[in-house]
Design a protein around this ligand. Structure first.
Ligand SMILES: [Fe+2]
Length: 291
């Protein structure tokens, strides 16, 4: 398994795959209008902001994470920690976490409140790459993102994003365990990281990324060579155990990511589409960046 000539694991022998030919995306223009209006009203969150301390970045790019909130929280003095505690949604959890040595933030024991994130940004300059983040299906742990057990679309998503919810439900998954909108403000970039260790993966996690405005450039980063492979288009899939990041651009960008388990017939179509793309690439060498 892997992408020939690279250090990437990829999906079916490719660094990424456009799913545009395999999906009905006729609703995407209307979804785009709906998302932009909804984001103006929804209680969006920040995400990212601790990729370096999570140990999921390539060594040579660690500085690009700028100020990491877990490092900042570890260095708070008593007075600052009292402020941090006071901004929690439930300050008693912060007390317990401190007593028991628990960690704060995503994929850790105690989530940060929106107020804590803003304070960490304003007071210490923490860099949160995704500043307009909305979980249409809230999901607590990364390892459960394919599993719908105990989850549902939020009421706000159902009322403000009905076309988006309908599109997500129409995608060729047998089940969906996570659905979110990931927005970056103008000039921000998504720090390069990977979502799991490649050696721990038996097959690529299944998800679909939609970018209705086609203006968000996600790229794969090959640790072996330092090469970047840019993606494009309105619907795509890649291996999130490969390093990936988002290029900066001078305007707001977002994508919608839906995680779950592909229907077997769709997986088969994806596999044969990937085979076709690989054949095209091998007959036209040098086109690896644009499957
Ligand atoms: Fe990621």
């Amino acid at each position: 398994m892997g992408v020939a000539g690279t250090g990437l694991r990829g999906v079916y022998g490719l660094p990424w795959l456009s799913l545009e030919p395999l999906l009905d995306l006729s609703a995407l223009d209307a979804v785009h209008e709906e998302v932009c209006v909804a984001l103006a009203s929804l209680p969006t969150d920040y995400t990212g902001g601790s990729h370096r301390s999570m140990g999921i970045m390539p060594e040579e790019l660690r500085e690009t994470a700028l100020t990491d909130y877990a490092e900042v929280i570890r260095g708070l003095d008593d007075a600052q920690f009292a402020v941090f505690r006071g901004l929690a949604d439930d300050p008693s959890l912060v007390d317990r976490a401190r007593r028991e040595g628990l960690a704060f933030g995503e994929e850790r024991d105690v989530l940060l409140s929106r107020r804590q994130m803003l304070w960490l940004e304003y007071r210490f300059g923490v860099y949160f790459p995704w500043k307009v983040y909305y979980e249409m299906i809230p999901n607590r742990w990364w390892t459960e993102k394919h599993d719908p057990q105990g989850k549902r679309f939020t009421r706000a998503a159902e009322s403000l994003l009905p076309k988006t919810v309908a599109l997500a439900k129409s995608l060729p998954f047998t089940k969906i365990g996570r659905c979110n909108i990931m927005g970056l403000r103008a000039h921000d970039y998504g720090t390069v990281h990977r979502d799991g260790h490649p050696e721990e993966q038996s097959r690529p996690d299944e998800f679909i990324t939609l970018c209705p405005a086609q203006n968000k450039t996600l790229f794969l980063y090959d640790r072996a060579s330092g090469a970047r492979t840019r993606t494009e288009g309105r619907a795509l899939w890649f291996n999130d155990f490969d390093d990936h990041g988002v290029e900066a651009a001078p305007y707001f960008r977002y994508s919608i990511r839906v995680d779950g388990v592909f229907r077997e017939d769709f997986r088969e179509r994806v596999r044969s589409h990937a085979r076709l793309v690989r054949e095209q690439i091998s007959s036209h060498p040098g086109t690896l960046a644009g499957p």
